[in-house]
Design a protein around this ligand. Structure first.
Ligand SMILES: NC(=O)c1ccc[n+]([C@@H]2O[C@H](COP(=O)([O-])OP(=O)(O)OC[C@H]3O[C@@H](n4cnc5c(N)ncnc54)[C@H](O)[C@@H]3O)[C@@H](O)[C@H]2O)c1
Length: 289
C-alpha cells in the first residue's frame, strides 16, 4: 500500500474531547448533555471518498469542521478531494486487512482517534446467474461480495477498535459508523444478484453490529440510496437519466449526493439513531428490470 505523504492542512477543530451539544428542550425529559454529537473538530474517515457520493460526504463533513481522511483505492481521486477540503488522502484497498490497518493508523496519527466512519466505497458488476455464455463466473460474484460486504466489514471492525480507545462524549458515546447499502438489497433487479446479495449483507449486519458495539458506545447505521446522480449515472444518455428519474414517485428525479450527505450529518448528530437502515429513495421500488 502506498500512502500519500503529503498531509494537507486540516481545518481548525475544537478538539476531540468536546462533549455533545447542550440541548435545551423545555418541558421534555431529555438530558441537557447529549442529544447531538458535535461534528466540528471530530476525526472522520470516508471510504470511496475519491468519487461520487463519498466525495460529497467528505466535502460536507469538512464543511462542518470535521478533520477528514479521504480513503480510496483510486489514489488520484482521494488526493484531489483531500486537497480541495484540506483533508488527508489515503490510498487503500478496503478488502485488504493490512492496508486498512495502516490507513487507520495514518488517520489516527494525523487527526487523533476516529469518531466517524462513513463507508461508501462499493462496486457493481452486473451479470445474470445464467447468461448467454453460461453460469455467472464465480470470481465475479466473489469480487462484489469481497468489496461491498467484506470491505465494509473490514473497515468497520478496525475503525471500531480505534474508536473504542477514544474518550467518551456525552451519553457515553465514542463513535458512529454509517455504511452504504442500496435499495437493491430489497429489490435486486435482473442481473444484480451479486450486488443485491452484497448490499443485503450490509443490511443484515446493521443491527447485530450495533448490538456488538453498544458496550463500547459505538453506533452503527446504514443508508440505502435509490438512484443518485453520480458520475456513473450522469454518464448515461440524457433520455435514460430522464426515464430513471421519472420512475421515482416523488420527487421524480435522481437523488443528489448532497441529500445523502445531509442524512449522514443527521445520523452522526442524533445519538438516539442506532441499528437502523434508512432508505433514501423518493418511495422508489425497483422493478425487475
Ligand atoms: N449512485 C447510485 O445511484 C447508488 C445507488 C445505491 C447505492 N449506491 C452505493 O453508493 C456507493 C457510492 O456510489 P457512487 O455512485 O458514488 O460510486 P463511485 O464509483 O462514484 O464511487 C465509489 C468509489 O469507491 C471506490 N472503491 C471501489 N472499490 C474500492 C476498494 N476496494 N477500496 C477502496 N475504494 C474502493 C472507487 O474507487 C470509487 O472512488 C456505492 O457503495 C454504491 O453501491 C450508489
Amino acid at each position: 500500500m502506498t500512502f500519500h505523504d503529503c498531509r494537507f492542512p486540516v481545518p481548525k477543530g475544537e478538539g476531540s474531547a468536546r462533549t455533545g451539544a447542550e440541548a435545551e428542550i423545555v418541558g421534555q425529559n431529555i438530558p441537557k448533555k447529549g442529544f447531538l454529537m458535535q461534528i466540528a473538530g471530530q476525526a472522520a474517515l470516508v471510504t470511496g471518498g475519491g468519487s461520487g457520493i463519498g466525495a460529497d460526504v467528505a466535502r460536507h463533513l469538512a464543511g462542518l469542521g470535521a478533520k477528514v481522511a479521504v480513503l480510496d483505492v483510486n489514489r488520484e481521486g482521494a488526493e484531489a478531494v483531500a486537497k480541495e477540503i484540506g483533508g488527508l488522502a489515503l490510498s487503500c484497498d478496503i478488502t485488504k486487512a493490512d492496508q486498512a490497518e495502516q490507513a487507520i493508523a495514518a488517520a489516527r496519527a494525523a487527526h487523533g482517534p476516529l469518531r466517524i466512519l462513513v463507508n461508501v466505497a462499493g462496486i457493481l458488476i452486473p451479470g445474470r446467474i445464467l447468461g448467454k455464455e453460461g453460469p455467472l463466473a464465480l470470481e465475479k460474484f466473489a469480487k462484489v461480495i469481497e468489496v461491498n460486504l467484506i470491505g465494509t466489514f473490514n473497515m468497520m471492525r478496525l475503525a471500531a477498535a480505534d474508536m473504542a480507545g477514544a474518550e467518551q462524549l456525552a451519553d457515553g458515546e465514542r463513535g458512529v459508523i454509517v455504511n452504504t447499502t442500496s435499495v437493491a438489497a430489497y429489490e435486486g433487479q435482473i442481473g444484480q444478484v451479486a450486488y443485491a446479495a452484497s448490499k443485503a449483507g450490509i443490511v443484515g449486519m446493521t443491527l447485530p453490529a450495533a448490538r456488538d458495539l453498544a458496550r463500547s458506545g459505538i453506533r452503527v447505521l446504514a443508508i440505502a440510496p435509490g438512484l443518485v446522480a453520480t458520475p456513473m449515472m450522469l454518464n448515461l444518455p440524457p433520455d435514460i437519466q430522464k426515464s430513471l428519474g421519472e420512475s421515482v414517485p416523488f420527487p421524480s428525479r435522481l437523488a443528489e449526493a448532497r441529500e445523502f450527505s445531509r442524512l449522514v450529518q443527521h445520523m452522526v448528530e442524533n445519538v438516539m439513531l442506532n441499528g437502523e437502515v434508512v432508505r433514501l429513495d423518493g418511495a422508489l421500488r425497483l422493478a425487475p428490470k
